[in-house]
Design a protein around this ligand. Structure first.
Ligand code: HEM
Length: 438
């Protein structure tokens, strides 16, 4: 199917160009606002009429092939937008702050070994247990505040028990996550207060991790380990690598911090979006609930990823171009992206591109896995994809098994967000309707 077969509005480009003429500096904020509220029609128009929207200092890339080109070409489209932010918080480099450095190569490999796909059944079990306990506690009230009471709570339990990073308490761990990730992903203008809050949270987190590491190392030789055996932190500490790999204690700690930082906001935000989407589609909800009752846990997964395609939490992935580059070379929309441009690769748009996805407007659970870009693409694609996907799918599975789970009407319904980005409150009804909606 060609792009033109999708319904295409004509309004966004025109309004964008008018805004650029009036005040070029205000144009990125206009795009940021549309990304929150109008992303589907905005992207449909851009894919059809201006697949690479290029403005001074900014390029928005909307077709699947071009998004994949941006995310593959690390030597041109770098992660420089993350470097100062992540390194300011962690006190040193981390995978997502460096492109094709030896450190990225080595530590990505190390984490792949530490997070094997074989852990998925145990991670699902852990997430499922935590989700059921939270749902059992909420059931008598006929409702659950799903962000703090379920989605973040389960993610933080997985950080504690699987990664081995409980923090001093759940609330502190949650605050560290939010403050650092706000600066990394939601501070385009570079507000210095947000940057400073992230640096403070990051330094508290690293100091705490140094103490935990000292306690784990101090466990008596041959005696019981200071932490449950087998968590990822423990695996890292017990792995002896050649000195030339340079994985000293500080590198271990930065990677443990990265596990938590990569996970909590993404998992919780994605769960809010996809559960909202599923529950607003009665047929899709019924089919997903039936799959959730199947003894095979993986039967629900296709429903999860399709719901998230229709309302992804992460709509764009940011890169900075290191040199001039002809993007989409050989196509009618080939565009030179100048060095120093902030390039937004719109993964959410790529998943609706009719040249890459069959009948993209059809809601069709069970699409081939390569349709989805929820975990990124290319050399920086998510290294936590296996546990991350397991947790998201299992939480949805346990939730959908509950009778009467539903969206609530105003004033209780809807999602309350921090900075218009991170969900903080999302109340769902549980049990027979009539309860919990007052
Ligand atoms: C649960 C839902 C999750 C989602 C939706 C998600 C999504 C993503 C995406 C889109 C990227 C690409 C970022 C980019 O290219 O700029 C990414 C990278 C990354 N994710 Fe995740 N993630 C999730 C869970 C996790 C978990 C559980 C971990 C850790 C165990 C993790 C650790 C990372 C790391 C370290 C990177 C950077 C990899 C690199 O630079 O090579 N993520 N994630």
């Amino acid at each position: 199917m060609q792009q033109s077969e999708q319904t295409v509005s004509e309004g966004y480009l025109r309004r964008y160009e008018e805004a650029v003429r009036r005040d070029p500096a205000a144009a990125p904020a206009l795009i940021a606002g549309w990304l929150r509220t109008d992303w589907r029609p905005l992207f449909a128009e851009l894919r059809a009429r201006r697949p690479v929207l290029s403005a001074p200092g900014l390029a928005l890339v909307t077709r699947s092939a071009d998004v994949r080109e941006v995310l593959s070409r690390w030597e041109v489209f770098t992660v420089a937008a993350y470097t100062d932010r992540l390194e300011g918080a962690l006190g040193g480099p981390v995978m997502l702050s460096r492109d094709a450095t030896p450190l990225h190569w080595r530590e990505r490999g190390l984490l792949q070994v530490m997070l094997p796909p074989e852990d998925v059944p145990a991670v699902r079990e852990l997430a499922g247990r935590a989700a059921d306990a939270a749902l059992d506690a909420a059931a008598p009230h006929g409702r659950i505040e799903a962000v703090g009471g379920l989605f973040r709570h389960v993610a933080l339990r997985v950080c504690a028990e699987y990664f081995g990073f409980p923090g001093p308490d759940e609330a502190t761990l949650s605050r560290w996550s939010r403050e650092v990730i706000t600066d990394v992903t939601a501070n385009l203008p570079g507000d210095p207060d947000v940057r400073a809050a992230s640096a403070r949270a990051g330094s508290e987190m690293m100091d705490h991790l140094r103490e935990v590491l000292a306690a784990r190392r101090a466990a008596p030789p041959g005696g019981p380990p200071a932490a449950p055996p087998g968590d990822v932190f423990d695996r890292l500490l017990r792995t002896t690598l050649p000195a030339r790999a340079g994985v000293d204690d500080e590198r271990v700690l930065i990677n443990v911090a990265a596990l938590m930082l990569g996970f909590v906001e993404n998992a919780s935000g994605s769960l809010v979006h996809l559960v909202g989407e599923l529950l607003s589609r009665p047929d899709a909800h019924a089919r997903a609930a039936e799959a959730a009752r199947d003894p095979d846990p993986a039967r629900v997964d296709g429903h999860v990823w399709e719901a998230l395609r229709f309302d992804p939490f992460l709509k764009v992935i940011a890169r900075v171009s290191a040199r001039d580059h002809l993007l989409a070379a050989g196509t009618p929309h080939a565009t030179t992206v100048p060095a120093g441009t902030l390039v937004l690769a719109a993964a959410a748009s790529a998943m609706f591109d009719a040249d890459a996805v069959a009948d993209p407007l059809d809601y069709r659970p069970g699409r081939p896995a390569d349709v989805y870009l929820h975990f990124g693409y290319g050399p920086h694609s998510c290294v936590g994809v296996h546990p991350g996907a397991a947790v998201i799918c299992e939480v949805v599975r346990r939730l959908l098994r509950r009778p009467g789970v539903r969206l609530l009407p105003p004033p209780d319904g809807g999602v309350v967000r921090d900075r218009g980005v991170f969900p903080d409150r999302f109340v769902l009804g549980l049990g027979p309707s009539g309860e919990g909606s007052a």
